[in-house]
Structure formats: C-alpha cells, structure tokens
Design a protein. Structure first.
Length: 114
C-alpha cells in the first residue's frame, strides 16, 4: 500500500489555513481543509507483488461563503495537479451555516519495492 497522506497534508498546509485528516464533529472554525483517503487499491501486479495502485482522496474546503472557498479550491487544484492527481468529482454544499466544496482527486502510482 502506498501512503500519500503525509505528502498531501504537508502540501495542503502551504495554503496557510488549518488542515485536518478528520471530519469535524461540530461546526468548524473556517477556513478549514479536511481530507481523507477513499481508495488505495492495487491495480496491477507482477511476481505476486503489487506494482501499481489507484489512489483517491476526498478534500473538503470549509468556509463562510463561496468567496472564501473558491480561491482555496483553485489553490488545492494546483497543488493536487503538481502531485500527479486529477479531479474526478466536485460539488458545492451550501446548505448549512458553514459552506463547503467537496472535491475528489485520483491518481495511479507505481509501487516502490526495495
């Protein structure tokens, strides 16, 4: 299994707002970025060892309104592209007192053996 969580957290922290791998249990202080790994699946193997994995992360950007969220979303998109991910889902949740943008990013990575 390939662990990209530390690399993604460090990259997202460069945006200057709190970043957490945990979904908030209460109304969060904003802005806030939360993320979690949704998929980490072997997609090819050789000699009984995984050689490549499909990895997906969900990133939630929390804010007071879209004016707070959208600039962060653009910056997240740039960071994730630089890390080799592509966006496969995006949706706005504007229903509560705190708004959020939900993003899913996907990549494939070769396994490191050594």
């Amino acid at each position: 299994m390939i662990n990209l969580k530390p690399q993604i957290r460090v990259a997202l922290e460069t945006l200057g707002c709190p970043v957490s791998p945990e979904y908030p249990s209460d109304i969060p202080k904003v802005p806030l970025i939360t993320f979690y790994e949704a998929t980490n699946q072997d997609i090819s193997e050789a000699d009984d060892e995984a050689t490549e994995a499909l990895i997906e992360f969900y990133i939630h950007i929390w804010g007071e309104d879209t004016e707070m969220i959208e600039p962060l979303a653009q910056s997240v998109a740039k960071i994730m592209r630089e890390l080799g991910f592509w966006r496969t889902f995006a949706a706005d949740d504007l229903s509560g007192s705190v708004k959020r943008k939900i993003l899913r990013y996907t990549t494939t990575k070769e396994a490191e053996h050594g």
